[in-house]
Write a protein that binds this ligand. Structure first.
Ligand code: FRU
Length: 481
């Protein structure tokens, strides 16, 4: 083991102990979303259901809310609503991952969980760490239970990746099809276009490079992170997180994006044949590096980091000062319907609902509704042409001239406005937590996911404008405090 790979657990525990009290006392601490116990959290990793238990691993730096060399944190649940914080599953303590146990996935075979991740290594010297100086090894981990590690071995060392790529090749996602296993990796070509590599294996141990599953062009970003392939409702879907896409009128206004493509895989040639240009998965400010898995009810469930990298100077997250940063969005069920991927909250979330309050849209006077941690459903009968919903101090959702707009004021800490063209508005389904908002539009057609940081007691919910219909409100119980 190299000297750098040594982990100073005493230092980590002492730093964590210092952060704990302020994280626990923070009023912006989330009430029913998954967040780090202390410190930094980013991508979901290794999402899997095994022996009836849902496991969620995640990029984690417990001792520092600004990040660093990542571990895999671990949470478990039997109902996808209440999660338990487990011991850290893996730490950057090997020569092949000394600068980060980076993102990866899980697959079950013969009653064991097999994990695949990227071991990040930064060699010493004068490097830019893109064209030289970085190793990203693909590592295979076998676990009998999701808690203990039986083996942890490099299966594709950095030196064996194909020619023509920068040092950025990472985030293995493994899946099975007709008894054969496939592993895809996100990559950045030396020509600065994003690309996805594909490998195959008969047994999860021996892997063969098969070529490029899909390659982008210069308008589609310079690097594609966190690829994910799945088939849902009979459609082949490729999800990834491109970096460096230029903004269009309505899309790609965040520093990085999370997108999906629909198409068809040619399994003889191992190529993803694209049917439609890619689409952004979310329209808010905090959504990156999604990862899906299938549960024992056959549902395709997506976890996603409710955060994003490289947001400064526009946005500095105010929870850093309170000892933590970032969270997971609510897990969502994916289906392909009406030519698009629809995202819906899991039915299990309904167990958090308190007493139901329901109103007709027209009877709602401006002060009837108040709430901070809640679910709000607006079903329109007569669809609005001009409509406004104000909530959480200074956030608004407006529908005007065929555009749906999310606006944040001061509580957005630098984030202001995102707009989506929308022919007609039939439903708004909102999940508000102490410091987050998820706004599902038209039964999963679109979603805005954003963090907000309102002052205390900013609980007014005001609705104005035209349209008729029904408004239903529930307080939501806490799962994390
Ligand atoms: C995406 C990402 C991945 C990488 C991980 C490191 O947010 O950059 O590509 O594996 O985060 O934390």
């Amino acid at each position: 083991m190299s000297k750098k790979a040594y982990i100073n657990w005493k230092h980590i525990q002492a730093a964590q102990a210092k952060l704990k009290a302020s994280v626990e006392a923070d009023p912006w601490r989330l009430s029913y979303h998954q967040m780090p116990e202390t410190g930094w959290l980013n991508d979901p990793n290794g999402a899997v259901q095994f022996d009836g238990v849902y496991h969620l691993y995640h990029q984690y730096v417990p001792q520092d809310p600004k990040g660093g060399a990542t571990h895999w944190g671990h949470k478990t649940s039997t109902d996808m609503v209440h999660f338990k914080d487990e011991e850290i599953f893996m730490s950057p303590d090997q020569a092949f991952d000394q600068d980060g146990v980076y993102s990866g996935s899980a697959i079950v075979l013969d009653d064991k969980i097999h994990f695949f991740y990227t071991g990040n290594v930064k060699n010493e010297g004068d490097h830019d760490y893109t064209f030289s100086g970085r190793e990203q090894n693909t590592v295979h981990v076998v676990s009998p239970d999701g808690f203990t590690i039986e083996s942890r071995e490099v299966i594709i060392p950095h030196s064996e990746y194909p020619e023509g790529f920068t040092d950025h090749i990472r985030d293995p996602k493994v899946f099975e099809l007709n008894g054969k296993y496939y592993l895809i990796l996100g990559a950045r070509r030396r020509t600065n276009v994003g690309s996805i590599l594909i490998y195959s294996s008969p047994n999860l141990y021996d892997w063969e490079y098969e070529g490029i599953f899909l390659e982008g062009d210069e308008e589609q970003g310079y690097m594609w992170e966190c690829p994910d392939y799945f088939n849902v409702s009979g459609k082949d879907i490729l999800v990834f997180s491109p970096q460096g896409i230029l903004p269009t009128t309505y899309n790609y206004h965040n520093p990085h994006a999370a997108t999906y493509l629909t198409g068809q895989v040619n399994w003889d040639e191992l190529k993803f044949q694209v049917e439609e240009d890619f689409r952004e998965l979310d329209h808010g400010f905090d959504f990156y590096a999604p990862q899906t898995f299938e549960d024992d009810q056959g549902r395709r469930i997506m976890w996603v980091w409710m955060g994003i990298g490289d947001t400064q100077p526009e946005y500095n997250n105010p929870t850093i000062a309170r000892g933590w940063q970032h969270a997971m969005a609510l897990p969502r069920e994916l289906n392909f319907e009406d030519g698009m991927l629809k995202q819906r909250p899991l039915v299990e979330d309904q167990t958090l609902r308190g007493q139901e309050q329901s109103y007709s849209l027209t009877e709602l006077s401006s002060d009837t509704l108040r709430g901070e941690v809640y679910e709000l459903l607006i079903d329109f009968d007569e669809r609005p042409k001009d409509f406004e919903l104000l909530l959480r101090q200074d956030t608004s959702v407006t529908y005007q001239d065929g555009e749906l707009t999310l606006r944040h004021g001061e509580s957005g800490y630098g984030r202001r406005k995102r707009t989506l063209p929308l022919e007609s508005l039939s439903q708004l389904h909102i999940f508000s937590d102490t410091s987050s908002l998820e706004i599902f539009v038209n039964d999963g057609e679109a979603v805005f996911t954003s963090r907000v940081y309102p002052d205390a007691n900013q609980d007014k919910i005001q609705i104005t404008g035209d349209g008729t219909g029904k408004v239903t409100y529930w307080d939501l119980a806490t799962t994390t405090k």
